[in-house]
Design a protein around this ligand. Structure first.
Ligand code: MG
Length: 267
């Protein structure tokens, strides 16, 4: 789980100062952002209630996720949230926003750890979107990330993960990282940024290269690396010590505690 937060931290500087350099430095200015905050919110929603849902209970479950998003936003309102999300999180009501951004995908990693069938992972990922990203493109992005994590932690090969995600979500995952990097720009639209983050993982050799692939695309670096790092940790099951040492001290106690509790229950 921390692999997603570390990706967010390592990418945070480069979200603003985009780089195409694979050998970029880890910079002291790095910090956790909204991606990590909302991952903690999803962890909390699951720790509070990890019962499986059906189509009938989807709306109730959606409200539980949404309640945690508002709660965690209130703890860290300056963590880099987008305007649309901030406005929703601050409002007294629970209206539904139809964003097609990658904000639902970046927080979906915990769902792939907590549930034990593709069907349930798909339903939970959908529920996690219904208040802030009630849009088929955003929902597909969140589901693709959660299912990728589920497959990665279940011991599937990269070839199998690629085949299943391409088939289920109609993503083209066959482009090479260097091919994508050439024209890549900052665009947080889910259909643009989620497939590239998954490819960053698929064409990696270990956790660190997944994160380096993602950040050096030169786009929405923290979110790209959060997603790629989350899937990579589930797959490789180890993160280099120097990355842990660099990132761990940058995570606030409240976030760390909830993610640790989550990891202990769903390892
Ligand atoms: Mg961010």
């Amino acid at each position: 789980m921390f692999g997603a937060l570390y990706g967010d931290i390592l990418g945070s500087y480069y979200e603003v100062h985009c780089t195409k350099d694979y050998n970029f430095d880890f910079l002291p200015d790095s910090s956790f952002t909204d991606d990590s905050v909302l991952i903690a919110a999803v962890c909390k929603a699951i720790l509070n209630n990890d019962e499986e849902v059906s189509w009938h209970s989807l709306q109730k479950r959606a409200l539980e996720y949404a309640g945690q998003y508002k709660q965690y936003y209130s703890y860290y309102p300056n963590a880099g949230f987008g305007n649309m999300f901030s406005e929703w999180a601050r409002s007294e009501t629970y209206k539904r926003v139809k964003s097609y951004g990658n904000g639902a995908a970046m927080r979906a990693v915990p769902i792939g750890y907590a549930y034990n069938s593709i069907k349930q992972v798909m339903l939970q990922a959908k529920a996690s979107c219904l208040y802030t990203h009630k849009n088929s493109e955003a929902i597909r992005g969140a589901q693709a990330v959660a299912v990728s994590v589920f497959l990665a932690r279940s011991g599937q090969t990269k070839e199998e993960i690629k085949r299943l995600i391409e088939k289920k979500f109609k993503y083209n995952l066959s482009k090479s990282i260097s091919e994508i990097r050439g024209n890549y720009v900052f665009n947080s639209r889910a259909s643009y940024s989620v497939p590239s983050a998954i490819i960053a993982f698929l064409q990696s050799g270990d956790y660190e290269s997944a994160v380096r692939n993602a950040i050096s695309l030169g786009g929405d670096a923290d979110t790209e690396a959060c997603i790629a790092g989350g899937i990579a940790e589930a797959f490789y099951k180890e993160i280099p010590e120097h990355i842990i040492a660099f990132c761990d001290r940058k995570i606030d106690y409240t976030l760390k505690k909830i993610v640790k509790d989550f990891e202990e229950r769903y390892k």
